[in-house]
Design a binder for this molecule. Structure first.
Ligand code: SF4
Length: 58
C-alpha cells in the first residue's frame, strides 16, 4: 500500500481521483479531495498521472 497526499491548494475538486479510487479519496466540506486511506500500488500511479493539476503525490 502507498501513502498519498493531496495538495489542497492545488486541487480544483474535479472529482476524478474520488471516482477512480473512492476507497482512498473523498470530498471534504470545501469540495476538495482528501485522503482517507493508503492506496493500492497497482492503480495509484494512473490516478496521480490523471489529476489535471498534479495535486496528488506519493
Ligand atoms: S483529481 Fe486532482 S484536482 Fe481532481 S479532485 Fe483529485 S486531487 Fe483534486
Amino acid at each position: 500500500m502507498v501513502k498519498v497526499t493531496v495538495d489542497a491548494e492545488a486541487c480544483i475538486g474535479c472529482g476524478l481521483c474520488i471516482s477512480s479510487m473512492p476507497e482512498v479519496f473523498e470530498f471534504n466540506d470545501e469540495g476538495k479531495s482528501v485522503v482517507i486511506a493508503d492506496a493500492d500500488e497497482g492503480m495509484i500511479d494512473d490516478v496521480i498521472a490523471s489529476c489535471p493539476v498534479a495535486a496528488i503525490s506519493r
